[in-house]
Design a protein around this ligand. Structure first.
Ligand SMILES: Cc1ncc(COP(=O)(O)O)c(C=O)c1O
Ligand SMILES: C[C@@H](O)[C@H](N)C(=O)O
Length: 358
């Protein structure tokens, strides 16, 4: 029976800190549907300001943040959105933009660095003058950092180039910024500069920042007004939501500065894994808090088997295929947890080594 737990399944697993719980218990609240909950109003304005946008709207999840953003930009029947074939919106959000919003997805291949080739994005834009055949392109979506490529960062230069294409064709640009703070810290670029070209951003506070719940959509005043109505339509109007927003405000104040340490833990872990026969990590791909691990055939084991064996040591992680594992670091994983996890990986994959790696 494991004596300790190291939960590296995702940065969504963090528990509220004591300071968050105190803030939640003492939150200044009011009915956010009939009026404005003061803590929610404060959080929305704080995130909008940090992102350099006019206004913000609190939503219970990043999935709802992306859904509302896409549906506001694509509010005319027959709209189409260009997005990555390996993007979270396309793969992990149950096709909500289509099933709920009737928006047609047009995917462009995601490169290993999370980008989509700009010329392929432009080529995917429908010719508005074409015969009665095509949907109408109205939106381009990017994701920064990019989850399914291992937390890779999209540079501000790349985002600006995509923004120029969007503007040239009269399209809007949305950024799934579930981990925009990780990208900002890794790139050394302030968030407002990183998202300057975007018309909207969905910012998760419940990922690396460690809030228990919530995201904030940011954009223009008119965009947020439409988003607020659509959120209510979707059943997302929340009453004394300040209880959740108070924790998110603490996360914003206390945890952005801890992201670099998560990134350092990821790099330290990746280096350590590469010393274990049978495992391979592309170190150049470890830019933020995620590590994707290839299990080599020579190891004679599988992702599922390693996850099961590691669970016996209290190490929790997710397989992303038969021979691939994902590990995500967050502020509740210490460097000693990282070293313990490495020694458990050594045991699980090739036996031997004690906790001190000998
Ligand atoms: C890149 C990305 N976007 C959006 C989401 C959705 O966020 P939520 O889980 O809060 O719906 C996630 C995952 O949590 C994510 O990794
Ligand atoms: C899997 C995905 O939905 C989640 N956002 C995560 O990264 O853990």
């Amino acid at each position: 029976m494991a004596t300790r737990t190291v939960d590296i399944r995702s940065d969504t697993v963090t528990k509220p800190t004591e300071s968050m719980r105190v803030a939640m218990a003492n939150a200044d609240v009011d009915d956010d549907v009939l009026g404005r909950d003061p803590s929610c109003f404060r959080l929305e304005n704080e995130v909008a300001k940090i992102m350099g946008k006019e206004a913000g709207l609190f939503v219970p999840s990043g999935t709802m943040g992306n859904l509302i953003s896409v549906l506001v930009h694509c509010d005319i029947r027959g709209s189409e959105v260009i997005l990555g074939d390996n993007s979270h919106i396309h793969i992990y959000e149950l096709g909500g933009i289509a099933t709920i919003g009737g928006v047609h997805p047009r995917t462009v291949r995601n490169n290993e660095d999370g980008t989509m080739d700009v010329d392929l994005i432009e080529a995917a834009i429908r010719d508005p003058k074409a015969e009665l055949a095509y949907p109408t392109t109205r939106l381009i979506c990017l994701e920064n950092s990019h989850g399914n490529t291992g937390g890779r960062c999209l540079s501000v230069e790349y985002i600006e180039r995509v923004g120029e294409v969007a503007k040239k064709h009269g399209l809007k640009l949305h950024i799934d910024g579930a981990r925009i703070f990780n990208a900002s810290v890794a790139l050394g670029v302030p968030t407002d500069k990183l998202v300057r070209a975007a018309d909207s951003v969905s910012v998760c506070l419940s990922k690396g920042l460690g809030a228990p719940v919530g995201s904030v959509i940011v954009g223009s005043n008119s965009f947020i007004t439409k988003a607020r109505r659509l959120r209510k339509t979707l059943g997302g109007g929340m009453r004394q939501v300040g209880v959740l927003c108070a924790a998110a405000l603490v996360a914003l104040q206390e945890n952005v500065g801890k992201l670099e340490s998560d990134h350092k833990n990821a790099r330290f872990f990746a280096d350590g894994l590469n010393k274990i026969k049978g495992l391979k990590v592309d170190i150049s791909s470890v830019e933020t808090n995620m590590v994707f691990i290839e299990i080599e055939e020579s190891s004679g084991t599988t992702a599922a088997k390693i996850c099961k064996d590691l669970e016996d040591y209290g190490i929790l992680l997710l397989p992303i295929g038969s021979s691939r594992l994902r590990v995500v670091f967050h502020h509740q994983i210490s460097n000693s947890d990282v070293k313990y996890a490495l020694s458990c990986f050594q045991q699980a994959v090739s036996g031997g080594l004690n906790e001190n790696g000998n």
